[in-house]
Write a protein that binds this ligand. Structure first.
Ligand SMILES: O=C(O)CCC(=O)C(=O)O
Ligand SMILES: [Fe+2]
Length: 184
């Protein structure tokens, strides 16, 4: 993967939805600029595959998620375990009322936390323990490993907040690509 393609600058604040969360390194790119990132993935995972042109690689991503039509990509780089993203929803109007956000993780694994938005004056939910794959009523936690694909659809952004906490035992960087569809 070309180093120049990754976000190198530490951002002070990132505005996500209606909240400010801080800070991982991030960069928004258009799809053509991101094509070589997929090349890295395919070359490392499918060694004997003939090199196809970049459009075919994008078609493969869409084949993994039939019905999806992504046109925007956000690259997140978590250079150390101290990089994180706080609680937020990706509910900007440019993604429409029911955003589909799909992300692929590379490198060091992390926890991905979800908690239900507080609608009934309930006490704030505490950070969940790692109960991978187990849904609680109000909170859940998944481990995102190298190559994990996470999909958020429907009313997820309306009803839930998500975050990626600091990684105490991080031994390498983490890169996350989030695919989105901008509708306006
Ligand atoms: O790094 C991740 O897995 C999530 C990043 C995220 O939530 C975002 O970019 O909005
Ligand atoms: Fe997000």
């Amino acid at each position: 993967m070309a180093k120049g393609s990754l976000p190198q600058k530490q951002e002070k604040k990132k505005e996500v939805g209606s909240q400010l969360v801080s800070p991982q390194m991030f960069q928004r790119v258009n799809l053509p600029a991101a094509m070589h990132l997929f090349e890295w993935k395919y070359e490392s995972q499918i060694n004997n595959e003939k090199k196809n042109d970049n459009m075919e690689k994008f078609m493969r991503v869409h084949q993994a998620l039939p019905g999806s039509h992504f046109n925007s990509l956000l690259l997140n780089r978590y250079k150390t375990g101290n990089h994180y993203v706080g609680w937020h929803a990706d509910n900007e109007t440019l993604y429409g009322p029911t955003p589909e956000i799909s992300s692929v993780s590379f490198g060091c694994e992390c926890h991905f936390l979800l908690k239900k938005r507080n609608t009934n004056n309930e006490p704030p939910t505490k950070r969940p323990k790692n109960n991978e794959g187990t849904y609680c009523t109000h909170k859940c936690c998944f481990t995102l490993k190298h190559g994990s694909l996470l999909v958020m659809r429907g009313n997820t952004q309306r009803d839930w907040l998500h975050s990626v906490p600091k990684r105490a035992k991080a031994n390498s960087a983490r890169i996350n690509l989030t695919f989105r569809r901008v509708i306006m």
